[in-house]
Design a protein around this ligand. Sequence first.
Ligand code: GDP
Ligand code: IMO
Ligand code: MG
Length: 428
Amino acid sequence: MPAIVLVGAQWGDEGKGKATDLMGSGVDFVVKFNGGNNAGHTIVIDGEKYALHLLPSGILTPSCTPVIGNGVVIDLEVLFREIDGLEARGVSTSKLVVSANAHVIAPYNRTLDRVTERFLGARKIGTTGRGIGPTYADKMSRNGIRVQDLFDRHILEQKVEAALRFKNQVLSKIYNRRAIPAGEVMDELLRYADRLAPMVADTSLLLEQALNDGANVLLEAGQATLLDVDHGTYPYVTSSSATAGGACTGSGIPPTRVSRVIAVLKAYTTRVGEGPFPTELFDESGEFLRKTGWEYGTTTGRPRRCGWMDTVIGRYATRINGVTDFVVTKLDVLTGLDTVPICVAYEVDGVRHDEMPVNQSDFHHAKPIYEVMDGWWEDISGCRTFAELPANAQAYVLRVEELIGARISAIGVGPERDAIISRHPLLD
Ligand code: GDP
Ligand code: IMO
Ligand code: MG
């Protein structure tokens, strides 16, 4: 069977967790392929709320095997806190498999993430402070610590000492922080090694066998297209590949196996942290979206910046990811507005841009060109077919679909698992 990729189309928090959960029992394996505990996915099942950070969203479906792929960076303390929290609520985590090649977030990288941000002051990125950037930097500069290193004490000691030789100089001499003793790092890294050992596998091989056996494999992104380190609003991005291309490198599944790419698109736009955001609203409309959509970060609790739907970004996501299907979420949040603007293009210094400007400086001062649609007042949270939606809500969805250039196969009308309108099946 082929593999399916699921990504975020905007700046994250589109409702990827819910979309993954939605496919639930139709999927045999859910693989997290990038990011770490900077992600926060809220899933609501029968009124029970689950906030997942490191674990793939498939963990809430008993028949599904959750996999943490090689492209992920793991904070072991957070992983086991999340596992214990779910087990205490009766959710089994016994099927979890973790790639031997995934990297581990060492305590010095958490510290470096936070002190670097403080040092940058007004030029900060607004990271989640979880050590994500420094850990991926170590991976690329070949100083990283991998899951498999935890089981070879000699190698681990060598790697920690080599890393600290440099990191402690930076911490103490540049940031005026205390140097971190190697013993402290070793203790933290080895604390969970015995519990982790039985979960560790060659996940690429496991997934290849699963696909050969006819299993459905879903590759689930953390973050989103515009937070991707290559294709996002650099440097205001995360440090991993959050787009469809990253699904292959982050899981060890070749591109020839992927048959479908599903992108999750919120019916409006949000962003956490710094960086450009053309349709951002600073008035009561922005406040309306924040309050009605409950736009506060799952991971850091920060209020999310809110703005109207930007279909230039939607088209960009279609192109970069090769999107075959969109899941539009939170359409219910737009209920009660007289008019609903859709950004169709930008104006930069008097020039119209229908695509993302080549130079990011232009994107920083791009002015949205809006097409204004009529709003609707009817409560749509109980709608389960497209035909049940008010005519103006239907018109909004159809116009967005036309502008983003790929079909909208499902529409979210509430946070609950079943609050969804299906237009085309997401699984073959
Ligand atoms: P993720 O990081 O992409 O998984 O998204 P988050 O979980 O951070 O944020 C999405 C939020 O929207 C969560 O609180 C979800 O419960 C909620 N949500 C998802 N889909 C819908 C929807 O269709 N309507 C409403 N009202 N809420 C939704
Ligand atoms: P999910 O998976 C929204 C943002 C941070 C910051 C930037 C870099 O829930 O959609 P990092 O800690 O990754 O180095 O921070 O990326 N960011 C997210 N924003 N949703 C996320 O994940 C995010 N993960 C990182 O706010 O601007
Ligand atoms: Mg989130």
